[in-house]
Design a protein around this ligand. Sequence first.
Ligand code: ADP
Ligand code: MG
Length: 342
Amino acid sequence: MSEKRTEIGELGEFGLIDQLNSKIKIRHQETLKGIGDDAAVLDAGDKVKVITTDLLLEGVHFDLSYAPLHHLGFKAVAVNISDVAAMNAFPKQITVSIALSNRFSVEAVEALYAGINAAAEHYNVDVIGGDTTSSRSGLVISVTAIGEVEKGKEVYRSGAKVNDIICVTGDLGAALIGLQVLEREKEVFMADPNMKPQLDKYSYVTGRQLKPDARMDIIHELKELDVVPTAMMDVSDGLASELFHICKESNVGVMIYEDKLPIDKQTFDTAVEFNLDPITCVLNGGEDYELLFTISQDDFHKLEKHPDIHFIGHVTKADEGKFMVTKSETAVQLKAQGWVHF
Ligand code: ADP
Ligand code: MG
């Protein structure tokens, strides 16, 4: 008798998580939110604690032939802090677990930790533990971040309301383009090791890929301006995919405008050089680590003049669907391609 076998690719990453989640039972009333947001949320009296974890694997998430260990250490922390920020919380502690093969020297691990310590300083967090083990293949890094915020100020993906304004920080698509540049230079180098990589003109996009910065600056500013977004998440899989999550969790639709989408000039020019459509990169690129959030119209005046927050559209009723109005003023249906891992 043959056992049933379903390929993971059939379900996809999110389908698989949904399926696992359906069999998980919450047993403690302190667990305010388990699986399904950027971080779990735990009751801690007049505060809530948020907890999030991410796993980075050599050959899947990074390539040591172009990712310096120092930057990698920083990035492993930053991507977790980004999920703390996405809950409108402030990070406090991290744990760091690594699996190493004998390919790594003590000096290499020190370089990785120099980056981790630099990030701990930058985000004002304590490294409080972790685990170290050996690996038969490549380097594995897993970071868990713990943050906190005043109870009631935490922001979920599920709070977006019809007519809210959709906001995104910074610019999008750069990390994906940076990855294309790094992969191309690697191929050139492999073909002829005497070739020096020509990266100067691409420094912004490669920097966005190698050393992203979580937008804690925005979380501090929102607090000062007394704005609590109605829904929020970070942009790690691509804007379109993240909008789909907000729509699903909040039971709403969205209307965004192509001419409002933020893209850096270097991203635009390099996308064109690679024969990629810049707007597709903005919608479906990964690893931007910007914040996507919705605000009530009443809060718009508080953020209107912010130089790094862009108002890209508004929330609609669920049955109105998910659309982007193009520069030629036609509404096209959004597709969530996201980042395909399987
Ligand atoms: P993010 O991109 O914000 O890090 P993910 O897409 O990785 O979020 O995860 C979505 C949700 O699923 C989170 O709540 C995460 O904790 C949960 N999750 C992911 N993988 C697993 C797993 N193997 N078991 C339980 N929960 C998981
Ligand atoms: Mg996230």
